[in-house]
Design a protein around this ligand. Structure first.
Ligand code: IFM
Length: 488
């Protein structure tokens, strides 16, 4: 394995801003991945299919017909990958558990061979002085649970709480940081409304039922984790909140941005922190004939105390509430968005909420590079939901990396992206936001969902045919950034 960590990053172009020494020594620095995106070993040691195994077989669903069968082969290369993580000098590694590996079918007995993998991973991380940060659910629902109704069905929330208990029973003696869900917006909207993600269903009402049951699952799981934890733990959730700004000062655009904020941010943060759904969202749903399937007591279950809120940030969207003059314009939202920025229009397209690109430079995902939005999002969350510590649990960028003749990847664009966004986190802290950590997305290039292996987000390059890992310039910069901050 080539790590090229010994190469100095001094030769890298100076990042536009140097975030060095702007953070306290106890600020948590990490790298993040998720199970389906890196593990591979899809049918090994008793693992059964998740909705992504199924969806990636649907013709046209994933670029190039790619799937996660092998991915980064992390299941077999885990010890070396942990060494690589430790070599980056991070404090923590955020990874997710594969539900169908641990509990095939999503109910019933534990698959001992499956959970043993995470046992070994946690041990290895601790041996290398890296804090394990576990996410219970990063989109790989066991296929059987989808067949029984998926997240639009209430029972899935209860199954998820059982899964949380299984994970706690086996890993809770060593893992202190627990995230229930990663980006429920993607699970609900991309999975059940636009159909761009697994399971590929397209029904707005179902997607709103999924929102509620994901949040209920979070609350039930948070309760169960705390009830069964052998040691004190930290429990939170990660959201890809929408940083929504109006395209102009016009009333229609301000209303559109407010609406996008309601469906992209407040529909999650309000019940989680305040214990109620936002009335403007509930009213709009009612006007569309949709009712969130809230039962008596659900909201107090959802509003479990949060030890932290994880924030995943990639871009900012500017919204318009007016039709575009061009006849091609529609209320369908950006044609090629993965939806990560939550800018997509609901499939039924009732109210007009159109994303208007602003001409900022874009990443390979076509996402505009807007570091100021990270400052805005963090300060807004800090102000609207005081008392909840914030962690940036994902931030990063895809670029079309080209290894040079020596196999090195000099990704100055990604390096600059990290420098600017880390500076934006420092600015949010200066403005009073209680931001306590930052995880780069991603540790390594991996399966980027509907984009397959075409988009590379890693700070470590993966040559898929050989599985060789090579730390990119951005990885060396990230390591040096952590060092600078440790020195104060
Ligand atoms: O790769 C994804 C990740 O799984 C969830 N957040 C956004 C990343 C980039 O699209």
């Amino acid at each position: 394995m080539t790590t090229s960590l010994d190469r100095s990053s001094a030769s890298a172009p100076e990042p536009r801003s140097d975030a060095g020494s702007r953070f306290p020594v106890d600020f948590l620095w990490g790298v993040a991945t998720s199970a389906y995106q890196i593990e591979g070993a899809a049918s090994e040691d008793g693992r059964t299919a998740s909705i992504w195994d199924t969806f990636s077989r649907v013709p046209g669903a994933v670029h190039n017909g790619d799937n996660g069968d092998v991915a980064c082969d992390h299941y077999h290369r885990m010890p070396e990958d942990v060494d690589l993580i430790a070599g980056l000098g991070v404090d923590s590694y955020r990874f997710s558990l594969s539900w169908p590996r641990i509990q095939p079918g999503g109910r019933g007995a534990v698959n001992q061979r499956g959970i043993a993998f995470y046992d070994r991973l946690v041990d290895r991380l601790l041996e290398r002085d890296v804090l394990p940060w576990v996410t219970l659910y990063h989109w790989d629902l066991p296929q059987e649970l989808e067949d029984a109704g998926g997240w639009p069905a209430r029972d899935t929330a209860y199954r998820f709480a059982d899964f949380a208990e299984i994970a706690m029973n086996r890993l809770g003696d060593r893992v202190r940081w627990w995230t229930t869900l990663n980006e429920p917006w993607c699970s609900a909207v991309l999975g059940y409304d636009t159909g761009r993600h697994a399971p590929g269903r397209q029904d707005f009402g179902d997607s709103m039922a999924a929102v509620h049951h994901l949040l209920l699952g979070h609350g039930l799981a948070a309760q169960r984790l705390r009830e069964t934890a052998p040691e004190p733990i930290q429990v939170g959730i990660t959201l890809n909140t929408t940083h929504a700004l109006p395209a102009t000062d016009a009333d229609a655009d301000r209303a559109a941005a407010r609406r996008a904020d309601g469906f992209g941010t407040r529909i999650y943060t309000d019940p989680l922190v305040l214990g109620s759904y936002p009335t403007d969202v509930v009213d709009e749903l009612a006007a569309r004939g949709v009712r969130l399937p809230v039962q008596h007591g659900d909201l107090s279950v959802i509003a479990q105390p949060l030890d932290f809120l994880g924030v995943n940030y990639y871009t900012t969207h500017y919204f318009s509430g007016s039709p575009e003059e061009d006849a091609e314009a529609s209320a369908e939202g950006p044609a090629e968005s993965s939806g990560e920025g939550s800018g997509e229009q609901a499939a039924d397209g009732v109210a007009l909420t159109r994303v208007v690109p602003q001409g900022y430079p874009v990443t390979a995902m076509d996402w505009e590079i807007t570091p100021f939005g990270l400052t805005g999002m963090l300060t807004r969350l800090g102000a609207d939901y005081p008392g909840v510590p914030l962690y940036v649990t994902e931030n990063g960028a895809a670029f079309d990396d080209r290894p040079d003749q020596d196999g090195e990847v000099e990704d100055a664009d990604r390096t600059a992206y990290f420098a600017e966004h880390i500076e934006a986190v420092a600015a949010a802290r200066d403005a009073g936001a209680d931001v306590r950590g930052y995880f780069a997305w991603s540790l390594m290039d991996n399966f980027e969902w509907g984009y397959g292996y075409d988009k590379r987000f890693g700070i470590v390059h993966v040559d898929y045919p050989t599985q060789k890992r090579t730390v990119k310039q951005s990885g060396r910069w990230f390591r040096d950034n952590i060092r600078r901050n440790r020195q104060g």
